[in-house]
Design a protein around this ligand. Structure first.
Ligand SMILES: [Cu+2]
Length: 338
């Protein structure tokens, strides 16, 4: 399936003279050379201008009709799609092998809409590396993601570009019948009047992912996923469930799941893309999958005989795109990770 884009010159260390000669030979026109894909950067390394462009673009998306749905704006489409995918337990987008491919395409499409809204064809999603010291303070700041919710007003975010009154909720979805049931904050009343957060609302849910846990993802050999390919797949054997973060009855959530829960508010629900930090979080999940793929390849992805969400499954709501067609990050998403 590999559709490797050829970039013959990118990896050659060309001397300046040779480059100049080559450019002269080509008439100075480098139009034939494919440009390297733009890089997704750590959210903590963005310049103030890059932070501002990202924030403004998300607001512009709220004003732009979606290319996928005529009655939704370019941002809210993704909230609705995520609710739909989460609600449908046969979608394969969560608690199944399709978790990583489905979200990879979800991010690609979101990024495409970001580029359309901003007019910047090289714009990329930043990622939140949760293990970076100080990343919480540097991401939840008033010129970027805003901060924690206000405990005196139903945990509405009251500062920053996504504060109450400045940021609309597409849909508030209460996860009442899914497997996270007992981990949803019983004291949080979701209110579509604004974005809500309640950082670290319950210690018993588990701690944010540690450096050691993330290192283990790459250090310990695992298969992509193992039977029964759901929330009960053994995380010592299943990379997908190790990263997604279901740890079985009576166990704390981990990795991907615990970050959703730690932020609280809309982030702990199926309508989690209402909180823009969803995209920073999932871009990091995608980055970790990409690192794992570099080391372990894709040969252990389940077949269609093993799982209904196997390698050739068409991804939920994504046309004819199969899981396999997302495996190579660069040709699929046209980005690299910095
Ligand atoms: Cu999701």
């Amino acid at each position: 399936m590999s559709i490797q884009r050829r970039r013959p010159l990118r990896n050659l260390a060309l001397g300046g003279l040779f480059t100049a000669l080559l450019m002269a030979a080509c008439g100075g026109d480098d139009g034939d050379l494919p440009e390297p894909p733009p890089a997704r950067k750590s959210a903590t390394s963005l310049t103030p201008q890059e932070r501002q462009e990202f924030v403004q673009t998300l607001h512009k998306m709220k004003q732009l009709p979606s290319q996928y749905h005529s009655s939704l704006n370019a941002y809210d489409y993704f909230v609705d799609l995520h609710v739909l995918a989460f609600d449908d337990h046969h979608s394969g987008a969560h608690m199944a092998p399709g978790f990583l491919p489905w979200h990879r395409e979800f991010l690609r499409r979101f990024e495409e809409e970001m580029r359309r809204a901003s007019g910047n064809p090289k714009m990329t999603l930043p990622y939140w590396d949760w293990t970076e010291p100080g990343s919480i303070e540097r991401i939840f700041r008033d010129d970027f993601m805003g901060g924690d919710g206000d405990p005196n007003e139903n945990f509405f975010v009251k500062a920053g570009p996504f504060r109450k009154g400045q940021w609309t909720m597409a849909e508030n979805y209460d996860d009442t019948d899914d497997e996270w049931d007992d981990e949803i904050d019983p004291d949080m009343q979701l209110d579509p009047a604004g974005l809500q957060r309640k950082f670290d609302w319950a210690e018993e849910l588990g701690a944010m992912p540690t450096l050691a846990e993330v290192a283990d993802l790459l250090a310990t050999p695992r298969l992509y996923d193992v039977a029964p390919y759901d929330t009960t797949a053994d995380p010592r054997l299943s990379m997908r469930n190790y990263l997604e973060g279901f740890r079985g009855p009576g166990q704390h959530s981990a990795m991907h799941n615990v970050v959703h829960l730690w932020v609280g508010g809309q982030m702990q629900t199926a309508s989690s893309p209402n909180d823009p930090v969803f995209f920073l979080h999932h871009t990091n999940i995608d980055r970790l999958w990409h690192q794992w793929q570099q080391k372990y390849g894709n040969s252990t992805y389940p077949t269609m005989a093993q799982s209904m969400h196997g390698i050739h499954e068409k991804l939920f709501m994504f046309g004819d795109l199969t899981a396999e067609q997302t495996f190579d990050l660069e040709p699929h998403s046209n980005v690299v990770y910095e």
